[in-house]
Design a protein around this ligand. Structure first.
Ligand code: NAD
Ligand code: GLY
Length: 368
C-alpha cells in the first residue's frame, strides 16, 4: 500500500492506494469508527459489487453498517437526495466527530461530502472511491456539490475528507467505459505540468485499460500525488493553480450540456474530448505545435475515448455550443477563463479568449 499525504493547512489527511482496502475497511478506518453502527452512503451498483465485503469487514470488528443506498447515476446528486441523506444522518444521531463513509464514484463522494459539510456545520467523512475518476480526482481536494436545475455542481462547499481509501480492487468490477472515462483525468495530469507522465501514459494507457494492475497502481498514485500537490498549494482555487485541474472542462462542459449530461457522453469522455479541443484551439492560436495536439488526440483515441467532436453526431452550431460556456463557474465578470497549452505539460490559464473566437473554432471542429 502506498500512502500519499495531502498537506492542506489545518486539515491534512492521507490517501491510501493499494489492494484489499475495502475488504479491510474497519482496519483501515480504525478508531475513526467510534460507534457500533457505521453510516455508509453508496449507490445500488456499488452496493451490489462491494456491499458484502464491507459488511464482512465491519462484522469482524463487531460493527454493522447503516446503509443509505441511492440510485446510480448523475441525477442522484440533487436537492432531494441531499435532504434524504441529511435527514437520515440526523435520525442516526451522527455527531460531528463521527465519520460518514462515502463508498462509490464521484456522484456519491460529492453528495456525501456536501452532506457532511453542512450537517451540524461540518461532520467528518471518509472517501472510499470506487471509480478511476473518483480515485484520481474527485475524492481528493474537498470539492463537494450537488446539481440543480440551473446546472452541474452549482451548489456545494469545500470540505476535506478525513481519509481517502483508493482500493485498486474496486476497479475490477467497474465497466470498461467508466474506466476509460476516468483515465481521461489521468492524462490530464500529464498535460498540465508533467510531460514525462504523459509519455508514460502513451506507453501504458492501453494496458491500464485492459487490466494491467501495476499500471493502474502507478497511474492512481502519480495522479493523486499531483492533485495533492496542487490542492495543498491552492485549496480554494484562489491563485489560479487549482484552476489548471479544469483543463478540458470548459469545452467538455459545453459538450456535456449539449448532450443533456446523459450517458451519451460521460463526464470523463467530455473532459477527454475537451482536452483535445483545448489543444487544437491552442495550436490554432499558434501557442503550441500542431504535432503536439495531434499526439494528444492520438492517445485519447488509443484508449477508446472520443477524440473527434464529429463522432457525437451533434446537430448544433459552433455558436450554440460555445454559448454553454457562459454558464461555466469560471466565468469572471463576464469573461471566460480558459485553460490552454503551450505544449504537452505546459497548461496555463487565460482570460483573453472571446466567445466569438471559440464559436468560429468550434464551427470548424464540427465540420472537420
Ligand atoms: P459515478 O459516481 O456516477 O460512477 C459511474 C458509474 O459506475 C455509476 O453507474 C456507478 O454506479 C458505477 N460504479 C462505481 N464504482 C463501481 C464499481 N467499483 N464497480 C461497478 N460499478 C461501479 O461517476 P464518476 O465518474 O465516478 O463521477 C462523476 C461525478 O464526479 C460527476 O458528478 C462530477 O461532477 C464529479 N466530479 C467531482 C470532482 C470533485 O473534485 N469533487 C472532480 C471530478 C468529477
Ligand atoms: N476536479 C477539479 C478540482 O478538484 O479542483
Amino acid at each position: 500500500m502506498q500512502i500519499i499525504p495531502v498537506d492542506i493547512a489545518g486539515h491534512p489527511y492521507e490517501v491510501r492506494v493499494g489492494h484489499g482496502l475495502i475488504a479491510d475497511l474497519a482496519g483501515q478506518c480504525g478508531a475513526r469508527l467510534r460507534k457500533a453502527t457505521v453510516p455508509i452512503i453508496t449507490d445500488a451498483n456499488v452496493h451490489a459489487a462491494w456491499g458484502g465485503a464491507v459488511e464482512a469487514s465491519l462484522a469482524a470488528a463487531g460493527k454493522v453498517p447503516a446503509w443509505q443506498i441511492l440510485p446510480a447515476g448523475e441525477a442522484t446528486k440533487c436537492w432531494d437526495n441531499l435532504i434524504r441523506v441529511t435527514d437520515w444522518l440526523l435520525a442516526l444521531e451522527v455527531e460531528r466527530g463521527d465519520h460518514i463513509i462515502a463508498l462509490g464514484g464521484g456522484v456519491i463522494g460529492d453528495l456525501t461530502g456536501f452532506a457532511a459539510a453542512i450537517l451540524k456545520r461540518g461532520c467528518q467523512f471518509i472517501q472510499v472511491p470506487t471509480t478511476l475518476l473518483a480515485q484520481v480526482d474527485s475524492s481528493v481536494g474537498g470539492k463537494t456539490a450537488i446539481n440543480t436545475p440551473a446546472g452541474k455542481n452549482l451548489v456545494g462547499a469545500f470540505h476535506q475528507p478525513a481519509l481517502v481509501l483508493a482500493d485498486l480492487d474496486a476497479l475490477t468490477t467497474l465497466p470498461v467505459r467508466e474506466l476509460a472515462a476516468g483515465y481521461a483525468e489521468v492524462i490530464k495530469y500529464g498535460l498540465i505540468d508533467d510531460p514525462v507522465f504523459f509519455d508514460w501514459c502513451e506507453a501504458h494507457g492501453p494496458a491500464l485499460i485492459a487490466g494491467d494492475v501495476a499500471a493502474r497502481h502507478y497511474a492512481v498514485a502519480t495522479s493523486v500525488a499531483a492533485k495533492a500537490r496542487i490542492v495543498a498549494a491552492d485549496e480554494f482555487e484562489t491563485t489560479g493553480l487549482r484552476a489548471l485541474l479544469n483543463l478540458g472542462h470548459t469545452f467538455g462542459h459545453a459538450l456535456e450540456a449539449e448532450t443533456g449530461f446523459s450517458s451519451r457522453l460521460l463526464h470523463g469522455e467530455g473532459v477527454a474530448l475537451g482536452m483535445v479541443l483545448a489543444a487544437r484551439f491552442s495550436a490554432a492560436r499558434g501557442l503550441m505545435p500542431a504535432a503536439d495536439a495531434a499526439r494528444i488526440a492520438a492517445h485519447v483515441a488509443a484508449v477508446g475515448l472520443p477524440a473527434d467532436v464529429r463522432t457525437l453526431g451533434l446537430n448544433v452550431t459552433g455558436a450554440q455550443l460555445a454559448a454553454h460556456m457562459l454558464h461555466d463557474k469560471k466565468v469572471d465578470a463576464g469573461r471566460l477563463a480558459f485553460l490552454l497549452l503551450r505544449g504537452i505539460g505546459q497548461t496555463f490559464l487565460t482570460k483573453d479568449v472571446t466567445l466569438d473566437e471559440v464559436s468560429v473554432f468550434l464551427a470548424g471542429a464540427l465540420q472537420g
